[in-house]
Design a protein around this ligand. Structure first.
Ligand code: GAP
Length: 437
C-alpha cells in the first residue's frame, strides 16, 4: 500500500467510526482544528492516562499540575515568545496569486502555488494567538492563549516547592491545551492550531543535567514501545548546534515514521537554567532553589520531555492500522495495545430473538462495564459484528449463544489472533481483566 494512501484510509476510518471529525464541519470546517468523537475521546484519554501513570503516579520524583491557559502577558516577554516565537513569511507578488508562504517552504525560490519567483521581503509572523480579557478591547487587555504548557510550570516553581517540599531532582508534569497560529497546519492532527501537550519540566542540579537528559530520552522512547509502537517506526534524532534554541544545551527528537515521512513526535531538551532565571528577572521574585543541607542557593537546570497528545494519537492510529486477508476478504483491524483500545470488550448475543440469550448477554455487559469499557451490539450478523469491532480495535468480543444458557459459558474471541475460547461466565471478568492488564 502506498503510504499516502494509508493516511487517506486512516482519516476516512476516523471519520466513519467516530474517532476524529473536522471542527465545525457543518459550517464547512475550520482549518487547523479537529474534534475527537466518541471513540477518539476514549483513545486520547487512555493515552493521557498511560502517560500520567508512567511519569507521575509510577514515579517518586514527579508531581502533577494543571495551570490556566491564560497567563500574565509578562510571561511571554520573559519566555522569549513575544519577541522570538515567529515564522518568517513572504507574499507571492504575482497579483493573480498573492499567497503567503513560510520563507523556508518556497520551492527552490519559486511559489509552490503559481511558480512565480517574486516575493515581498520576509516578515516575522508571531505564532501566538491573541485575545482580550474584560470588556475593553485595548492593548492593556491583550492576553495570549499559551503556545506551550511549559511556562505554567515555571511560574509555579516556588508554589510547588513550598507546598510539596520537594528536593532536587524532581519534576512537574502537566497535560493541557496549547495554541499556535500555525501558518501551514496539515497532515490531519499532526500540525494543528489548537492541540494538547504532555510536558514535564524536570529540575536538577546543573552537574546532573546531562545524565538526566539521557535517562529521559531513553524512558520516553521506551514508553512509546511499551504501548505497542513498532521499534522500526521510531528513531531518535539529535539536533545539530545550529538548530538549538539559544538557551538549550541539547535537544533530541523522538521521531515516528508517519505516512508522510519521519517527523517529530516528542522533543527532549536540556533547557539549562534559562527559564527560571528569566522569570526571576521579569517578576522580581527569587526563583532559586535552596539546598536544605548546605544552604547553597542556585538556579536548577531543567530537562524537558515535551510531547503532543494529538501527534501521539496519530502515531498510535497509524501503527495500529492493519489490513489482512481472511477467507478472501479484507479484514481491517486496529491492533491497539489493550491500555489504549477505546473499547475493551464487546458483548454480542448470537440470537437477538432469544430472550434467554439476550438477558444473559445484557447481564454480562452490566457486570463487566463496572471495570472496563464495554459495549453491547446485536444489530447485525456475527461476522459483521466482529468486523465492526476489529475496525475500531476492540480487544475482546464475548459471544453468548443458546449453549451458554446450559453450560454457563461464553465464547471469548481475541482480536489479533481471532482465537476463541469458552470461558465460564462467572470467571469472565477476572479472565478479561488479566488479559487486559
Ligand atoms: N515546551 C517545548 C515545546 O513546546 P515544541 O517542539 O514546540 O516544544 C512540543 O512542541 C511537542 O508539542 C511537539 O513534539 C509536538 O508533539 C507537539 N506540537 C507542537 N506544535 C504542534 C502543533 N502545531 N500541532 C500538534 N502538535 C504540536
Amino acid at each position: 500500500m502506498a503510504e499516502p494512501d494509508l493516511m487517506d484510509k486512516i482519516v476516512a476510518l476516523c471519520k466513519r467510526r467516530g474517532f476524529i471529525f473536522q471542527s465545525s464541519e457543518i459550517y464547512g470546517g475550520l482549518n487547523g482544528a479537529w474534534d475527537y468523537g466518541p471513540l477518539g475521546a476514549e483513545l486520547k484519554r487512555n493515552l493521557k492516562n498511560a502517560w500520567w501513570q508512567a511519569v507521575v503516579h509510577g514515579r517518586d520524583d514527579v508531581v502533577g499540575l494543571d495551570a490556566a491557559i491564560l497567563m500574565h502577558p509578562k510571561t511571554w516577554e520573559a519566555s522569549g515568545h513575544a519577541a522570538n516565537f515567529a515564522d518568517m513569511m513572504v507574499d507571492c507578488k504575482n497579483t493573480q496569486c498573492g499567497k503567503r508562504w513560510r520563507a523556508d517552504q518556497l520551492n527552490h525560490g519559486q511559489c509552490p502555488a503559481c511558480g512565480g519567483s517574486s516575493f515581498t521581503q520576509a516578515r516575522a509572523f508571531n505564532l501566538m494567538l491573541k485575545t482580550n480579557l474584560g470588556a475593553m478591547e485595548d492593548s492593556a487587555s491583550v492576553v495570549y492563549l499559551r503556545p506551550e504548557t511549559a511556562q505554567g510550570i515555571f511560574v509555579n516553581f516556588n508554589n510547588v516547592i513550598d507546598t510539596t517540599h520537594r528536593k532536587l531532582p524532581f519534576g512537574i508534569a502537566q497535560i493541557g491545551k496549547s495554541f499556535r497560529n500555525e501558518v501551514t497546519p496539515g497532515n490531519f492532527i499532526f500540525r494543528t492550531r489548537e492541540f494538547e501537550q504532555m510536558e514535564i519540566e524536570y529540575f536538577c542540579r546543573p552537574q546532573e543535567a546531562s545524565s538526566k537528559y539521557k535517562e529521559w530520552i531513553q524512558s520516553r522512547y521506551q514508553w512509546y514501545m511499551d504501548l505497542g509502537i513498532k521499534k522500526e517506526n521510531l528513531q531518535l534524532r539529535q539536533h545539530g548546534k545550529e538548530e538549538l534554541a539559544h538557551y538549550a544545551a541539547g535537544c533530541t527528537d523522538i521521531e515516528y515514521n508517519f505516512p508522510f515521512g519521519w517527523s517529530e513526535l516528542e522533543g527532549i531538551a536540556n533547557r539549562t537554567d534559562y527559564d527560571l532565571k528569566q522569570h526571576a528577572q521579569f517578576s522580581g521574585k527569587d526563583l532559586q532553589y535552596q539546598d536544605s543541607v548546605t544552604n547553597e542557593k542556585f538556579y536548577p537546570y531543567v530537562i524537558e520531555p515535551s510531547g503532543g497528545c494529538d501527534r501521539a494519537t496519530l502515531a498510535f492510529l497509524v501503527d495500529a492500522y492493519h489490513e489482512e486477508k481472511v477467507n478472501d476478504q479484507t479484514r481491517v483491524v486496529m491492533k491497539f495495545h489493550p491500555k489504549l483500545s477505546p473499547i475493551k470488550v464487546a458483548v454480542l448475543p448470537l440470537l437477538k430473538k432469544n430472550d434467554g440469550v439476550v438477558a444473559l448477554a445484557k447481564s454480562i455487559k452490566t457486570q463487566l462495564q463496572k471495570d472496563m469499557v464495554c459495549v453491547y451490539d446485536d444489530t447485525a450478523a456475527i461476522g459483521k459484528l466482529y468486523r465492526r469491532q476489529d475496525e475500531v480495535g476492540t480487544s475482546f468480543c464475548v459471544t453468548v449463544d443458546v449453549q451458554s444458557l446450559e453450560d454457563k459459558q461464553a465464547t471469548v474471541r481475541e482480536r489479533d489472533t481471532m482465537g476463541q475460547e469458552r470461558i465460564a461466565v462467572e470467571r469472565l471478568k477476572e479472565y478479561l481483566k488479566k488479559k487486559l492488564s
